[in-house]
Design a protein around this ligand. Structure first.
Ligand code: GSH
Length: 213
């Protein structure tokens, strides 16, 4: 398998976590978002959205959308699972993953922040207000969703797709100065996750295209 992604992309980071939790080896092809490589004709032929990640399967299918890619990995490499065993837990883990991937991350994505700054003339404070209002309020909802579950992770006592979405979102939110101070349950889960080897392996700074310093 080959993963097309970018070291600091939260959606790519989700898939890297799922691959690492399942112990799957893969090749990695960096797509430099700052140079606009996601908009090249060659990449668009694999991902018409012009977004990373894309996973190329061993038989050559190009899979888009990190949630679908994680579901594919779960179906093809079921052990260890990244979903709870019971149907309610599975739905809850998917709901947290979807809240992060559909309600929070899209509103702080590179192209949205570029639009706000370059076309809508938002200054730094206005961008920060935007990030706190939209992705920030979605994360406050995730805090409540996760607080209802008693386990060590978002849903239960093992990491799931929900945690694979939480950690990259938290990393990005810290980077952009989103106020996470009231989200104590999520902070505990984040700290517990990043101490695990699979999450360490998937960390942006441990990728070949990472720019350090
Ligand atoms: N819903 C997509 C989101 C993908 C996405 O937003 N990727 C970002 C990086 S995290 C991207 O490629 N941004 C490039 C751009 O905004 O031009 C998924 O889950 O795969």
């Amino acid at each position: 398998m080959k993963l097309f992604g970018y070291w600091r992309s939260s959606a790519t980071y989700r898939v890297r976590i799922a691959l690492a939790l399942k112990g799957i080896d893969y090749d990695y092809e960096p797509v430099n978002l700052l140079k606009g490589e996601q908009k090249s004709a060659a990449y668009l032929s694999k991902n018409p959205n012009g977004l990373v990640p894309t996973l190329i399967t061993d038989d050559g299918a190009a899979l888009n959308q990190s949630l679908s890619i994680m579901e594919y990995l779960e179906e093809t490499f079921p052990d260890p699972s990244i979903l709870p065993r019971d149907p309610v837990g599975r739905a809850q883990a998917r709901a947290i993953a979807a809240t992060i991937a559909c309600e929070a991350q899209p509103l702080m994505n590179l192209r949205i922040q570029k639009y706000l700054k370059e076309e809508a003339s938002f200054d730094d404070n206005a961008v920060k207000d935007w990030l706190n209002r939209w992705p920030g309020s979605a994360m406050a909802a995730v805090e409540k969703m996760a607080a209802e579950k008693a386990g060590a992770f978002c849903v239960g006592d093992a990491p799931t797709m929900a945690d694979a979405c939480l950690v990259p979102q938290w990393f990005g939110a810290l980077r952009f100065g989103v106020d996470l101070s009231g989200l104590t349950r999520l902070n505990e889960i984040y700290e517990r996750c990043i101490a695990l080897p699979a999450f360490e392996k998937a960390h942006p700074l441990n990728q070949p295209d990472a720019v350090k310093g």
